[in-house]
Design a protein around this ligand. Structure first.
Ligand SMILES: O=C(O)c1ccccc1NCC(=O)[C@H](O)[C@H](O)COP(=O)(O)O
Length: 210
């Protein structure tokens, strides 16, 4: 049976990292974008990374950040993967010698096949909801019918997922992975362990149907 991989994003607390690991998340995301209510500093992210066992991927998330800042964070935080969530071009993303994924916000006019070609060197493409003026973490979903079936194996599906919707999303899209932030929270940046475990159960239910 194919297992959909899971990233829990926007973690700010040690107890939430421990809950995500205990629930079986494959990756945890740290938002290094100060305007976000889920933002952590490099120091905080470094401390949270220390809680991760060897097979859980630490993802650092940036939005149109100054390359010198990204480089400084990489020096301080043992990130396994970089997630670029702004308008970064492929050369901006590849310039750090680390594995990286590109978030694509699902603008009405987006051409996903063209974007796949543009970001051909990405280790994954994360499809997220587009809301004008919002970089991400909207808590809203987009029309999953917009995800071309031939792209799905490289796609991490994000945007408004929660325990009640993730199984249906997996069954419909059959993505490589899913990503969630708001749908497992009690408040912005404060995850709820029960919702995390419920989300992971929803993923397992979806995998039975994909
Ligand atoms: O989570 C944020 O606050 C955020 C802010 C700015 C850029 C990106 C952000 N999050 C990136 C993620 O990968 C989220 O998990 C993704 O946008 C989905 O969020 P949600 O719809 O709340 O599940």
């Amino acid at each position: 049976m194919i297992r959909t991989r899971v990233k829990i994003c926007g973690l700010t607390r040690a107890s939430d990292v421990q809950a995500a690991v205990a629930a079986g998340a494959d990756a945890v995301g740290f938002v290094l974008y100060p305007p976000s209510p889920r933002a952590v500093t490099a120091e905080q992210a470094a401390a949270l990374c220390k809680l991760l066992p060897p097979f859980v991927t630490a993802v650092g998330l940036f939005v149109d950040e100054d390359p010198e800042v990204v480089a400084a964070v990489i020096e301080q935080v043992p990130l396994d993967l970089l997630q670029f969530h702004g308008d970064e071009g492929p050369r901006d993303c590849a310039g750090f010698g680390r594995r990286w994924i590109k978030a694509l916000r699902m603008r009405p006019e987006i051409d996903l096949h063209a974007e796949r070609e543009r970001y051909a060197d990405a280790d994954g493409l994360l499809l997220d909801t587009f809301q004008p003026g919002r970089a991400g973490g909207t808590g809203a979903s987009f029309d999953w019918d917009r995800v071309p079936a031939d792209l799905a194996p490289k796609i991490i599906l994000a945007g408004g997922l929660d325990a009640g919707s993730v199984a249906r999303a997996i069954e419909q899209v059959r993505p490589y992975g899913v990503d969630v932030s708001g749908g497992v929270e009690a408040a912005k940046g404060v995850k709820d362990a029960e919702r995390i475990f419920g989300f992971m159960q929803g993923v397992r239910d979806g995998d039975k149907r994909r």
